[in-house]
Design a protein around this ligand. Structure first.
Ligand SMILES: [Mn+2]
Length: 247
């Protein structure tokens, strides 16, 4: 049985073709799979699970929730890890989808190998401004206060954060927005040198091999979902990056 690991779908109403392709892929491939891991940035923006109840803004998510729920009911195990776009996805949304929320990072066994899964944004430590923003919005007290605001105010905040992030991306060098080697080393040390580190976020799909403190490791990077998507497919203990065609 197959296990799929994906990230960075950035599902949103402005890109209905990607949502359609995702729904089709769930039906065609994931329905017969053992498990699906979504490693963050599943949706482009999420300002609270109550958006599902909002007739204007919640409608686009209804078919997604229904499709995931159907798979979960059929016995496919669904896991979700927060990204920097959807860190406010909560238990209500996860429960509606039949997904289990995983902490970031999470260890997974791949045969005999230990694999550490993470979204990846925490590794981009060269982007100091982003790490400050991250520390703020990942704080439970900040989240509680934010979620207490009216939906309109939360949407306005998210829109502003998004345009700010787009501006930053346009001016920053590519190196600043990639993972920092020392941050990777620190994470691997903390988890006693897993064989594989797998993440998304940077939208630079690749398989790197490297060494830290005398331990060889592989760093697998998933891609984002546009015309195509680079995802990880596991059959038994064999993992490979594979490209899904979305159109
Ligand atoms: Mn991300």
């Amino acid at each position: 049985m197959t296990t799929w690991i994906v990230s960075d779908l950035h599902l949103c109403a402005q890109r209905p073709a990607v949502t359609q392709a995702f729904l089709h892929w769930l039906h065609a491939e994931v329905a017969t799979a053992e498990a699906l891991y979504i490693l963050g940035d599943f949706v482009e923006v999420w300002v609270g699970d109550d958006i599902l109840m909002d007739t204007a803004y919640g409608a686009e998510f209804v078919p997604i929730v229904q499709a995931l729920r159907r798979l979960s009911d059929q016995g496919v195990r669904l896991f979700f890890m927060h990204g920097n776009r959807d860190f406010l996805i909560g238990e209500a949304f996860a429960k509606a989808c039949g997904m289990q929320i995983l902490p970031d990072p999470t260890l997974l066994m791949l045969g005999e190998k230990r694999m550490l899964l993470t979204h990846g944004d925490a590794l981009c430590t060269d982007d100091v401004a982003y790490q400050q923003f991250r520390a703020q919005v990942r704080d439970p007290q900040w989240q509680q206060a934010f979620l207490a605001q009216p939906l309109q105010a939360r949407r306005a905040f998210a829109e502003q954060a998004r345009s700010q992030s787009a501006q930053t991306k346009a001016t920053q060098t590519m190196a600043i927005m990639d993972v920092n080697a020392e941050a990777v080393a620190t994470l691997l040390r903390a988890y006693d040198y897993p064989d594989i580190l797998l993440h998304g976020h940077t939208h630079r799909p690749a398989k790197h091999t490297a060494r830290v403190d005398g331990h060889d490791y592989e760093r697998w990077v998933l891609g984002d979902w546009h015309e195509t998507a680079q995802v990880a497919r596991i059959d038994q203990a064999d993992m490979r990056l594979t490209t899904l065609t979305l159109r």
